[in-house]
Structures are given as C-alpha cells and as structure tokens.
Ligand binder design. Sequence first.
Ligand code: HEC
Ligand code: HEC
Ligand code: HEC
Ligand code: HEC
Ligand code: HEC
Ligand code: HEC
Ligand code: HEC
Length: 409
Amino acid sequence: MNKKRLLYSLMILLAVLCAAVVYHCKNPNMASDYQSPDAIATHLSGEQFAGSESCMECHSDIFTTHLETAHFQTSAIANAENIKGSFTEGSNVLDLKDVRFTMKIEQDSFFQHVNIKNRAVEFPPSKFDIVIGSGVRGQTYLTWDGDGLFQLQPSYHTASDGWINSPGYPTHNIKRPINDACLKCHLTVATNLNSSKRNTYNKEKMLYGVDCERCHRPSLKHVAYHRENPEVPEAKFMLNISELPKQQRLDICAQCHSGLREVTLRGSPFSFLAGENLDDYSQNMETQTSNSSLDVHGNQYGLLTSSKCFQEAGTIDCSTCHDPHKNQRGQTAFFNQKCMACHNTATVECKVESHKMESVANNCIACHMPSFPSKVMTAQVGKDSLETSFFIRTHLIAIYEEEQWDQSK
Ligand code: HEC
Ligand code: HEC
Ligand code: HEC
Ligand code: HEC
Ligand code: HEC
Ligand code: HEC
Ligand code: HEC
C-alpha cells in the first residue's frame, strides 16, 4: 500500500471514530438499545419479533435476496412504489353495472372515489392503506375505518394491466371486513384487538410480508444474544429447521400452502409456530376430497404429497426444489436439475419422443407439472365478460395428456 492511501485510510478511520463518539454522546442509550432491541410485535405465545431489518447485519446475503421474493412483497403499507394499479387519468376507472370507482392521488395518498349510478347518494372516498399481493397475478387493497380493516372493491389484475372487481364482490358498493383468517397467509403477524370483531387490529403491531420470523419463529432473543456475544459462532435461541423431522419441515410451508384450513382447533389463525404440529392447530373442511381433485390454488402441499415422487422417494420436501430465500420464478433450468437429481438415465427414463421433448425445450415441468386454471381463484375481467380463471402450476407431479401440457394451452 502506498503512503497516500495509508494516510487517506487513517483519516477515514479517524472521521468514523469522531462521528461515533459524537453520536454516542447525543444518544447515551445507543449501546444498550443495540444490545436489547425493542420488539416490533409479540406473538400470542409471548415470543417477540425483531423484524427482518435486524437480521441484515449478520445474514446480509439472505436478507438481500429475500427482499426480491413474492413472500416478502406479498403485503405492505400502500405507497407509490408498491401499488401496481394505475392512477393516471384514462386508466384509473373501474366501471361496474351499478357503481363507478375513480382512483385518485391526493397529497401523496391514494383514494377511491365512489359514484353510485342513478342515485344521488354521496360516499366519502376511501384510502388505499395496505397492499395484498406481490403482483405476480394481481393485488387487492385494504382500508382502515377506525381500527377496522376492510377490502376495497377495485383490485388490480396483472395479465390485463387494469382494474377489476375484487373476486367474489357483488357489483354494488360494499366494503368487505378482512379478518385474521384472510391475513394469516399474507402477513407475518397481526393481532386482533377484539375477539368478537375479528377485523379489528392493533395497527402498530402488524408485520407485513411473509418475513423471516414467520418461518423461523419470532427471533428477538436470538438477535439480542448474538449482538451481545459476537464471538459465539453457533446459533443460540434459534430453531434449526434442517434438524426437524420431515413433517414439521413440511408444516412450515403447509401453514399457508395446504388449503384454507378453515377448522381452527386451537388458538387463532396466527398461533402455529414453526417446529410444531400443524394438525394440532387447524384442519381443512374437505378432508374427504381425494387429493388429486384438490384445487391448484394454495394447496401445493396436498398435491405434492399425492405424487409418486413424494410417496416413493424417502426424502423430499418443499426445500428439495425451492430455496425459500430466493425469487426463483421462471428458472426452468434450475428446476430441471432438481428433477434430474432423482431421475437420471441410470434410474428411470422419460420415454416421451424426443421431438416432443424438444418442442417444450426439454422442460420437465411443462409436461409433468403443467399449469391449470383454478376453480376458486377467478375474476371478472371487463364489464360484460365471464369469470376467467387464474392459472397455477400443479404440484401433482404425474404423467399428463398432451393437451394438458403447458404449450398446448
Ligand atoms: C448479531 C448477529 C446476528 C443477528 C442480528 C441475527 N443472527 Fe441469525 N445467526 C447468527 C449466528 C452467529 C448464527 C450461527 C452461524 C450461522 O449459521 O450463520 C446464526 C444462525 C441463524 C440461523 C441458522 C440456525 C441453524 O441452526 O440452522 C437462522 C435461521 C438465523 N440465524 C435466523 C436469524 C434471523 C431470522 C434473524 C433476524 C430476526 C437473525 N438470525 C439475526 C447471528 C445473528
Ligand atoms: C391459506 C393461505 C391463504 C389465505 C387464507 C389467503 N391467501 Fe391469498 N394467496 C395465497 C397463495 C399461496 C397465493 C399464491 C397463488 C397460489 O399459490 O395459489 C395467494 C395469492 C393471492 C393474491 C395474488 C397475489 C399475486 O401476487 O399474484 C391475492 C391478491 C390474494 N392472494 C389475496 C387474498 C385475500 C384478499 C385473502 C383473504 C380474503 C387471501 N388472499 C387469503 C394464500 C392464501
Ligand atoms: C418461507 C419461509 C422462510 C423465510 C421467509 C425465511 N426462511 Fe430462512 N430458512 C427457511 C428454511 C425452510 C430453511 C432450512 C433450509 C433447509 O434446511 O433445507 C432456512 C434456513 C435458514 C438459515 C440457515 C441455512 C442457510 O441457508 O444459511 C438461515 C441463516 C436463515 N434461513 C435465515 C433467514 C433470514 C435472515 C430470513 C429473512 C431475511 C429468512 N431466513 C427467511 C425458510 C425461510
Ligand atoms: C405465512 C404464509 C406462507 C408461508 C409460511 C409460506 N408461504 Fe409461500 N407463499 C405465500 C403467499 C401468500 C404466496 C403468494 C405471494 C404473492 O405473490 O403475493 C406464496 C408464494 C410462494 C411461491 C411462489 C413464488 C413466486 O415467485 O411466485 C413459492 C415457490 C412458495 N411460496 C414456496 C414456499 C415454501 C417452500 C415455503 C416453506 C419454506 C413457503 N412458501 C412458506 C405464503 C406463505
Ligand atoms: C427426491 C427424488 C425425486 C425428485 C426430486 C423428483 N422425483 Fe419424480 N419420482 C421419484 C420417485 C422415487 C418416483 C417413483 C418411481 C418412479 O417412477 O421412478 C417418481 C415418479 C415420477 C414420475 C412418474 C409418475 C407417475 O404417476 O407414474 C414422474 C413423471 C416424475 N417422477 C417426474 C418428476 C419431475 C418432472 C420432477 C421435477 C419437477 C421430479 N419427478 C422430481 C423421485 C423424485
Ligand atoms: C419436485 C420439485 C418441487 C417440489 C418438491 C416443490 N415444488 Fe413448488 N414449484 C416447483 C416448480 C418447478 C415450480 C414452477 C416454478 C416457476 O414457475 O418458475 C414451482 C412453483 C411453486 C409455486 C408457485 C406456483 C404458481 O403457479 O405460481 C408455489 C406456491 C410452490 N411451488 C410452493 C411449493 C410448496 C409449498 C412445496 C412443498 C409442499 C413445493 N412447492 C414443493 C417445483 C417443486
Ligand atoms: C414433452 C413432454 C415431456 C417432457 C418435456 C418430459 N416428459 Fe417425462 N414423460 C412424458 C410422458 C408422455 C411420459 C409417459 C411415457 C410413457 O410411458 O409412454 C413420461 C414419463 C416420465 C417418467 C416415468 C417413467 C416411467 O417409466 O415410469 C419420468 C420419471 C419422467 N417422465 C421424468 C421426466 C423428467 C425428469 C423430465 C425432464 C428432464 C421429463 N420427464 C420431461 C412427457 C414428458
């Protein structure tokens, strides 16, 4: 290193030290705040959440890629960056049979204005407060009325890049209460204020997105311990997922990917914690439905566990193919390798003709995990059109007819 660079480095070091001293004099509690950080929310079990920003300093790689995932982006406080629907004149209207909604920006906030047709009733505008959905297929928006949370009628539909009537809404103006059974898969935690009004929440204690601590349990103790003991190399106060039995590993994903699980057996929809048995907390209504006729929406667990791959391979769970910390949508080559790890020419060979294989670019999932229209996730796009379905990839890995393959649809 030359002298100039050494001097320069020393000067920077000195400046940083001075800044630290000044900062510390102004904030005498800083060191202890750092070592005993505040909880940003508390789970019903009493365990406390630290929030993913606190993980950044020690797990920066995972933290950075996690920001790009549909999980992290699946809910947020509404702002210009995350609302995908347009507020530009000409494309800011949802026109339904009995009512028209106009989306407007006023003083940096986002509103829907309601106009009931053929009637002189006035409705106050409602604010876009919360976004639900990363926007892979669409987004829906929630609004606060006091402590009560409601869904707005206009939703955003990604494929048509426009406003649609929220799935399941009638065509007149209503605000649908949003209870915790809806939020449980799109937020890390939300706490009801009142057990008889299940759409009222403590606004300050909501943790948006499917964040680290939904899969790893609330982690405040882990953060505080490692900040205080930076020399300790092994994890303390942290669940080791790789050592969990297979069912508990699956249950971490199944809490949101095994159907609605409407039957609550214990606690609230947010009670289950990673490492526990999911079936102790909730069950599906349709336990009698054969797994192969399950809907493709939100039940990857039910479908995968019905597949031969799952039933006949000893070890397979969601992490066999998915890295939960990365956005891997569209990485076909990566997923094909996952299939080939078990299915190579030494074991079982795919006997499909090579020209057909080439027609789908040798992509295993195009034929063995094709996308199907959901029967429950549908929306009306355009005023007079019929309901259209969202296509979701099945996790029933199997042999399908040629007309069911991705390219044939
Ligand atoms: C001050 C440093 C520090 C902070 C902050 C921190 N961790 Fe850790 N964490 C560690 C250390 C050290 C280990 C053990 C070495 C390793 O696995 O990287 C660890 C390991 C882990 C493991 C692996 C556990 C295992 O046994 O498999 C998980 C999961 C984890 N941390 C999650 C989190 C989450 C979630 C947050 C934020 C809420 C967080 N950590 C914040 C230091 C930290
Ligand atoms: C049991 C878990 C679960 C519940 C409960 C749930 N969702 Fe979802 N939701 C999902 C999953 C999983 C997806 C992704 C599509 C898929 O895999 O089927 C999704 C997708 C969505 C999307 C599209 C997101 C995108 O980026 O494309 C929206 C919008 C949405 N849900 C809104 C809601 C609303 C509103 C409620 C409550 C009435 C709700 N969801 C309840 C699991 C759930
Ligand atoms: C959707 C669930 C999910 C989310 C969200 C999630 N993780 Fe993980 N994480 C897992 C699973 C599952 C494993 C175990 C992987 C395995 O053993 O196959 C894991 C493993 C880890 C490990 C240990 C192994 C490794 O890859 O280093 C660390 C550290 C970790 N996660 C930190 C984090 C942090 C920090 C965040 C948030 C920024 C986060 N995780 C978000 C599910 C999740
Ligand atoms: C708290 C609920 C929750 C948990 C736990 C959860 N997911 Fe999800 N997952 C969702 C929701 C909601 C979506 C849809 C997000 C969106 O697009 O808005 C989703 C989407 C996904 C996607 C599609 C990503 C994309 O880019 O479109 C994959 C893959 C996935 N989850 C895998 C997993 C795996 C593997 C686990 C377990 C390690 C897991 N999930 C745990 C709720 C959850
Ligand atoms: C952990 C290992 C494993 C992985 C990963 C795996 N499989 Fe399988 N798969 C098996 C086993 C074991 C069987 C049952 C014996 C056989 O037919 O080879 C099977 C069966 C199949 C079958 C026959 C199904 C039937 O109903 O007859 C197809 C097709 C298949 N796998 C395709 C795939 C594809 C495509 C992927 C990647 C998306 C994949 N597999 C990933 C282990 C695996
Ligand atoms: C054998 C490999 C394999 C296993 C095991 C697996 N997946 Fe997937 N999964 C895939 C592939 C391939 C895709 C398609 C990715 C893409 O579109 O780029 C996918 C897509 C998804 C999607 C998005 C579906 C859509 O159409 O938007 C979700 C959600 C998901 N997986 C959840 C899970 C969950 C939860 C588990 C465990 C119960 C699981 N997966 C196990 C291979 C697998
Ligand atoms: C163009 C569609 C298509 C593609 C792409 C494709 N397969 Fe197949 N696969 C089939 C069909 C059709 C069969 C049934 C063939 C038969 O038995 O006549 C099959 C059979 C299989 C079987 C069962 C074999 C047996 O005898 O039980 C496995 C395993 C399999 N494929 C794995 C894969 C893997 C791994 C890939 C990706 C490298 C892949 N396939 C790509 C269409 C396809």
